[in-house]
Design a protein around this ligand. Structure first.
Ligand code: HEC
Length: 133
């Protein structure tokens, strides 16, 4: 009799664990993105999927997390200056013929899409929402 009670309790406990599991968060790959939801992101790098992604992977993912890219917003000229800075101080190589395509990509997905309004700061960006049950 005792063992039946025990098994029943175990079963109830198990069932409540099952139903109590929160739904998987989208973006569970752990790669927060700030890119608009309509843009597909590469699960490995968290970067926006695009024809130029391969180039960007080649030139921009060897030294640091792509988070440095994803969390920034610069104009084309701003990105160019960052590249020049890394070339001057961080041993980044000459991107050669790839540079315009890399800049196209960076400006398209990580450009200053939100313009400051009325001199106020930009809205806070939320990289990850938590499920509310
Ligand atoms: C040769 C190594 C190397 C490569 C390749 C590289 N970076 Fe960097 N980058 C660095 C280093 C080192 C830093 C400074 C990291 C830190 O501050 O922790 C940095 C910082 C940055 C930052 C932050 C700059 C800031 O002002 O905070 C951005 C954005 C960035 N890199 C983008 C890129 C992009 C885009 C590419 C591809 C074109 C790239 N990186 C390729 C070495 C590299």
């Amino acid at each position: 009799m005792k063992s039946i009670l025990f098994l029943t309790l175990v079963a109830i406990g198990f069932l409540s664990l099952q139903t109590g599991t929160p739904p998987a968060l989208s973006g569970a790959s752990g790669a927060p993105t700030s890119v608009a939801d309509t843009v597909k992101t590469d699960p490995e790098t968290g970067l926006a999927v695009d024809n130029n992604l391969a180039l960007v992977r080649t030139h921009c993912t060897g030294c640091h997390s792509t988070k440095l890219i994803r969390q920034n917003r610069f104009t084309r000229d701003g990105w160019k200056q960052k590249i020049r800075w890394m070339q001057r101080t961080q041993k980044l190589w000459d991107l050669g013929e790839a540079e315009p395509a890399v800049l196209d990509y960076l400006t398209k997905y990580y450009g200053p899409d939100d313009k400051p309004f009325d001199g106020r700061r930009l809205p806070l960006r939320t990289d990850r929402w938590h499920a509310m049950n």
